[in-house]
Design a protein around this ligand. Structure first.
Ligand code: ADP
Ligand code: MG
Length: 560
């Protein structure tokens, strides 16, 4: 970033160019979201609320940053001057933070963002900008000039950041009585509506009603509270509408579907908390690429505390929502969060509740399969790493199988549970057979299956990376061992071959095997005749005690 003095501005003003990415983004945001311009206010109010949350949290360890008692977000329209100002008592930004947060793009998703915007339905577009962390730039949809004046909590210095959104911005020293941020928009000629108090009120009601800090509209020196500020999750279920729940879900998750499951309950007794949790009905864009940790928000007595308390295990990280408890002090520290038994109890209760919901839906609801296709790969991580819930999770899991065909018209066809597999096992069969690979379709064609098919033995077709890991850990289900068909001499001889395959000719193994073994040398550990094949001549197998073939492939990829 090269700062340079610009003639004509105050002596200390510095002009900076936007990074190329920001320039492109600004263009995208301003031009593609035009019909939904009102969401600029949602984005600016959300940023103000985030900054206020952050200051509350910083003040726990640094008393000098304490929030004023009347901390709030103020929206101040001035029709004559055509200015709209959004002010907060949040952390504020240093000069450097202004440069980093408002002049560059931290996330590298600009191109993906552009593509998503192009493909999104018009009603989905407004949520995309929240999802990609480019909300601030929405201000330029309604303003031809934006001025940010900010003073960092804990510092006396204030700075202003000014831009017309066209390639460059200016930084200059400024004055602000107390820490926080003012964002002043010079409203465009065709955007008068955003200077109207009623219009602003309506936008806040629609988009920012659940912001936990008071939001008021200032008009002629008078403040009117614009948001209800009531924590939705604390209300009795009967007082909350489905529409409010869905809007809240979209607000906290940045998704734009309606949730597949909504869990809203109040726990009393040993520990007291309210919880409002959601399971998305679609797999969110870029899900799971950044973090394995659950981002459930922890509130204490309504106040947001943190979203890193890991209130749910990693294998439920697709669950969105809020847990609010009475049983922790408002000034709870990070150390205390790690140590307190209260959180451990909440975790147990909340995990149990979500798991119960999954079990009920798995039993009663055909759409469970869609859930499984979205998030089953995540749940299977639990079979691998969560000894306490391993067996329960295995019971929920759905698999493709060599014995079932997929009917394109019936999305629910072609899937089985382990219990159903066990129900179909032959009387003499001791193991649950499975085969791991890249897709169920290609696995269904694999020569590894020939011997099993010919004997009428069913094989589960596992096609996700996590499938290389969990079967070994689970080891058995309902007393039946899980066994990869690529591992060693699967004990097939006791099952008679049925149908055409029964009448093949066999080669003279006493001559063939030693010859092959000599030719392959140290590339293989053994060459044996097998019952596993019917029409193919050879197949690669893993040794009985070693890792299965797909696992070996993964290990090679990660250089082990
Ligand atoms: P996001 O909020 O998703 O990070 P934005 O474009 O909305 O993306 O904001 C960019 C960054 O600018 C924020 O992460 C924050 O660090 C900073 N910021 C924006 N508004 C404020 C504010 N009112 N107070 C303090 N920091 C802010
Ligand atoms: Mg934002």
């Amino acid at each position: 970033m090269t700062g340079q003095e610009t003639p004509g501005t105050s002596a200390a003003a510095e002009k900076h160019e936007f990074s190329a990415e920001v320039g492109r983004l600004l263009d995208l945001v301003v031009h593609s979201l035009y019909s939904e311009r009102e969401i600029f206010l949602r984005e600016l109010v959300a940023n103000a609320a985030d900054a206020t949350d952050r200051r509350r949290f910083e003040a726990l360890t640094d008393g000098a940053k304490a929030l004023p008692d009347d901390a709030k977000i103020r929206i101040n329209p001035d029709e004559d001057a055509r200015l709209l100002t959004i002010s907060d008592d949040g952390t504020g930004m240093t000069k450097e933070e202004l440069v980093n947060n408002l002049g560059t793009i931290a996330r590298s998703g600009t191109r993906a963002f552009g593509q998503e915007l192009e493909n999104a339905k018009p009603e989905d577009k407004p949520n995309l900008i929240g999802q990609f962390g480019v909300g601030f730039y929405a201000a330029f949809m309604v303003a031809d000039r934006v001025e940010v004046v900010s003073r960092r909590a804990g510092s006396d210095e204030a700075w202003s950041w000014t831009s017309n959104g066209k390639g460059a911005y200016e930084l200059a020293p400024a004055k602000r009585d107390k820490p926080g941020t003012d964002i002043t928009l010079h409203i465009k000629e065709d955007a008068d509506e955003f200077l109207d108090t009623w219009r602003l009120q309506a936008i806040i009601r629609k988009w920012a009603d659940h912001i936990a800090w008071p939001v008021s509209i200032v008009k002629d020196g008078e403040e009117t509270e614009a948001n209800e500020g009531t924590a939705l999750w604390r209300k009795p279920k009967s007082e909350v509408t489905e529409e409010q729940l869905n809007e809240f879900y979209r607000h906290i998750s940045h998704n734009f579907d309606t949730p597949w499951a909504t869990l809203h309950w109040h726990a009393e007794g040993m520990i007291e908390f309210s919880a409002l949790l959601f399971i998305p009905s679609e797999r969110p864009f870029e899900f799971g690429e950044t973090s394995r940790e659950s981002k459930i928000r922890l509130h204490v007595k309504r106040m947001f505390i943190t979203d890193d308390a890991m209130l749910l295990p990693a294998w439920l990280r697709f669950v969105e929502g809020v847990v609010d408890t009475e049983d922790l002090p408002l000034n709870v520290s990070r150390e205390m969060l790690q140590a307190t038994p209260v959180l451990a109890r909440i975790r147990k209760a909340v995990t149990g509740r979500v798991l119960n919901e999954l079990k009920t839906r798995a039993r009663d609801d055909a759409s469970f399969l869609t859930f499984w296709q979205n998030f089953g790969s995540v749940v299977k991580e639990g079979i691998w790493e969560d000894a306490e819930h391993r067996t329960e999770l295995a019971g929920l899991a759905r698999f493709r199988s060599s014995a079932l065909t997929v009917d394109a018209d019936k999305p629910e066809s072609g899937w089985t549970t382990l219990a159903d597999y066990v129900g179909r096992m032959k009387p003499e069969q001791e193991a649950i057979y499975y085969l791991v690979g890249d897709s169920a379709e290609s696995l269904a064609e694999s020569p590894q299956l020939e011997g099993f098919r010919a004997r009428g033995l069913e094989v589960l077709l596992l096609s996700e990376p996590v499938d290389s890991f969990w079967p070994d850990r689970l080891s058995s289900f309902e007393g039946k061992t899980l066994r990869s068909v690529t591992q060693g001499a699967a004990d097939l001889e006791k099952f008679p071959v049925t149908g055409e395959a029964a009448t093949g000719e066999s080669a003279d193994m006493d001559i063939l095997l030693p010859a092959l073994k000599e030719a392959l040398g140290s590339d293989v550990s053994d060459v044996r005749s097998t019952d596993r094949l019917v029409s193919s001549a050879v197949v690669l197998a893993a040794s009985e005690n070693g890792p299965d073939l797909q696992m070996q492939k993964l290990m090679r990829r990660s250089g082990q």
